[in-house]
Design a protein around this ligand. Sequence first.
Ligand SMILES: *[C@@H]1O[C@H](CO)[C@@H](O)[C@H](O)[C@H]1NC(C)=O
Ligand SMILES: *[C@@H]1O[C@H](CO)[C@@H](O)[C@H](O)[C@H]1NC(C)=O
Ligand SMILES: *[C@@H]1O[C@H](CO)[C@@H](O)[C@H](O)[C@H]1NC(C)=O
Length: 242
Amino acid sequence: MKLLQLFIITSVLTFETSALKGFNKRAWDYGTSDITNYFKNDKDESTKSSEEQQTKESPIPEEPKLSPCSSTNPLTGGFFDLSELSSINQENIVAWSAKGHDYNKNFTLGVCSSPLKPNVEVNNNFDGHFAKYQINSSEVGGFYVDEFGDKFSIGNFNSTPVFRGRKLTLSYHNGSYCPNGIDKKSTLLSFICDREILSKATVSFVGVLHDCDYFFEVRTVHACPTAQKADNLALIWIFLFM
Ligand SMILES: *[C@@H]1O[C@H](CO)[C@@H](O)[C@H](O)[C@H]1NC(C)=O
Ligand SMILES: *[C@@H]1O[C@H](CO)[C@@H](O)[C@H](O)[C@H]1NC(C)=O
Ligand SMILES: *[C@@H]1O[C@H](CO)[C@@H](O)[C@H](O)[C@H]1NC(C)=O
């Protein structure tokens, strides 16, 4: 049985390597290519971007640029990629929902991208008056809908996750006005590595302060170091083979 398992694991890994070669070539090319290069290379494999050439010509090597929605933990050096949870590289808009429970409003969130289509009306008013500045729905990172069906932004998305100690976080700013009419709503997402959940991610609303600052917890396998990604795939394959 042990030998059989070993054989299956070996063949699964081999299969995976060959089947995902094209995918891996890009997916594991972290640090050397950013999203722009990704698309450029798609069009013409042989044309190097001018940025890449500059890097080669310059005597001092530049810091490798991380692709959007990824981060390196300065403590462990581990690489983390949340882009699978975003609309980056996806044809459809990826949105995550979170129940507001006692807040009586449910939330819809994007990770490093907007959960809204362009040109959707987002309410920015406070105290019954419409505020001066317009909210661009393509920049919104999360929103809730009030009892009248109006959408309120809880911040513009950003695609630079930041490590705070061991915590992988992402913050959104410049949402709709807060009740004080001065501050704008903002959001903090805290990502937790979870290999047990069956979905790609679960988003839980943790709380809100002053009707202005929103906190969420996102449990996902994508908050685990990506070096372990292949193992997870292999496990799934083993499960299917058995
Ligand atoms: C929030 O979602 C839950 C379940 O999806 C639903 O029962 C509830 O009515 C929603 N609340 C609001 C305020 O839309
Ligand atoms: C909204 O934001 C997007 C992305 O930043 C931008 O391309 C677009 O021009 C903006 N639209 C308006 C109306 O400002
Ligand atoms: C919020 O918007 C203001 C004005 O548009 C801008 O100056 C500021 O840099 C923005 N803040 C963030 C965190 O994006």
